[in-house]
Design a protein around this ligand. Structure first.
Ligand SMILES: *[C@@H]1O[C@H](CO)[C@@H](O)[C@H](O)[C@H]1NC(C)=O
Length: 409
């Protein structure tokens, strides 16, 4: 029961803001018993000799951590068999809003730096929806994972590359509690953004949002003591890349209790981070017993995909709007054709034929005939393996038009 209680407490602490001290799990009154009694240990990332439970053993205290839909994972955008392209764009709502009085709250909880804000009821708080999510999710907090050196830090690995820092925007289903969310297979939706380091001597202006955050992180002096900073220039929308390409898969929290309740949305395009900004994060410490330990290298090792599908929204349609789906533009045009053999000229500025070719270049090749008379045997067919999405509505309008033509003929 003691163990059960600790798991629940840690879970709540994680999902509602990690405000609890991190030593919660470590007060076992049973003392040392057997060699494989892990109940007195608190989890951590260290591989070397510490009194922390390393990632490979998290499952001993938190059974879900040994599950089959764990995070993070490696994503290979050039492996079409892993990817399903039928993913709609993600929609961010109110991401330009400031919290009340521009106040953000930051806390070093020993495992990460976590940021949250109080948003008024009107306008409502930050949300995400669409992107194959069945409902709206509301932002609860964001936090970072980073490394001591540039070659490590991000949790997700994209096309074989690990980045120096990754941010997680954690959202919960709008209509349920944190506790319910941890038991719902799609209770949470996390948007992950990776950052790559600006090259030394780069003339680019540092990302002003990361600059504001790094300055705020430098104000954190004490573990588990929240600091409130007025950062009116911080807009979370600017911490999400303009390119809406992203990967979606079903996974878990990347920290104990590793609840398998997360729809992951990993943005494909990295944003930029500077050496100085990274230093602000790398300076954060976590005090356990009497020693100061850096929080850095707080990323979990890669987990096995175990047959899960990764959905991919491959490219910008120019906006997050459904109307920019190429089949939508085409079906609207088809509706305007009225008579057979009577061409209509229609302006469709948002139609790019390349959008009609699924992004994965895989195709079958064969030599055959035209599919209509005279069926000339003069064709090289290239059949794309991946399909493009079409809605019921788009199909319906075409069928109706065809029926009308037949009646008139
Ligand atoms: C904003 O934070 C300041 C301290 O930095 C505090 O005095 C003030 O009350 C906060 N305002 C709101 C509306 O929370």
């Amino acid at each position: 029961m003691v163990l059960q209680h600790n798991i629940t407490s840690l879970l709540v602490a994680f999902t509602i803001g990690m405000l609890m001290p991190c030593t919660m799990g470590s007060s076992s009154s049973q003392g040392t018993e057997a060699v494989n009694d892990f109940s007195g240990l608190h989890w951590g990332y260290a591989m070397r000799d510490t009194d922390e439970l390393p990632p490979a053993l998290w499952g001993k205290l938190y059974p879900a951590c040994a599950g089959k839909r764990q995070s993070p994972i490696a994503i290979n955008s050039r492996e079409p068999r892993q990817l399903d392209l039928l993913l709609r764009p993600l929609e961010l709502l109110f991401y330009d809003q400031m919290p009340i009085a521009g106040n953000w709250t930051l806390i070093d909880n020993g495992h990460s730096v976590q940021i949250s804000g109080q948003f008024g009821k009107r306008p409502p708080s930050l949300r995400i929806r669409r992107g194959n999510l069945r409902t709206t999710y509301v932002l609860t907090q964001l936090h970072f994972h980073w490394g001591r050196s540039d070659a490590m830090g991000s949790e997700h690995v994209i096309d074989g590359k690990r980045y120096p820092i990754e941010v997680h925007f954690v959202h919960r289903k709008e209509t349920i509690t944190d506790d319910e969310a941890s038991k719902d297979p799609m209770g949470l939706a996390v948007v992950a953004v990776i950052f790559e380091k600006s090259s030394a001597g780069s003339r680019e202006m540092p990302n002003p949002q990361m600059e504001a955050l790094a300055n705020a992180v430098r104000l954190i002096k004490t573990l588990n003591v929240p600091v409130t900073v007025r950062t009116p220039e911080l807009r979370l929308s600017k911490l999400i890349p303009d390119d809406p390409a992203y990967f979606q898969y079903l996974g878990s929290l990347t920290t104990p209790p590793c609840a398998e309740s997360v729809v992951w949305n990993v943005m494909k395009t990295p944003l930029k981070v500077t050496e100085q900004q990274l230093k602000a994060f790398r300076a954060l410490v976590s005090r356990d017993s009497s020693t100061d330990r850096e929080v850095a290298d707080n990323y979990r090792p890669l987990q096995s995909l175990s047959g899960r599908a990764i959905h991919y929204h491959p490219k910008a349609f120019g906006s997050h709007d459904r109307r920019h789906n190429p089949m939508e533009a085409l079906s609207n045009a088809v509706r305007q054709t009225k008579s057979p053999n009577f061409p209509v000229t229609i302006k469709i500025p948002n139609l790019c034929l390349s959008d009609l070719l699924a992004d994965a270049p895989t195709y079958f090749r064969y030599l055959r005939l035209l599919t209509t008379p005279p069926c000339a045997e003069s064709l090289v067919w290239s059949v794309r393996m991946k399909s493009v999405k079409v809605t019921e509505h788009q199909l319906y309008s075409k069928r109706q038009e065809k029926v009308e033509w037949k009646v008139r003929a």
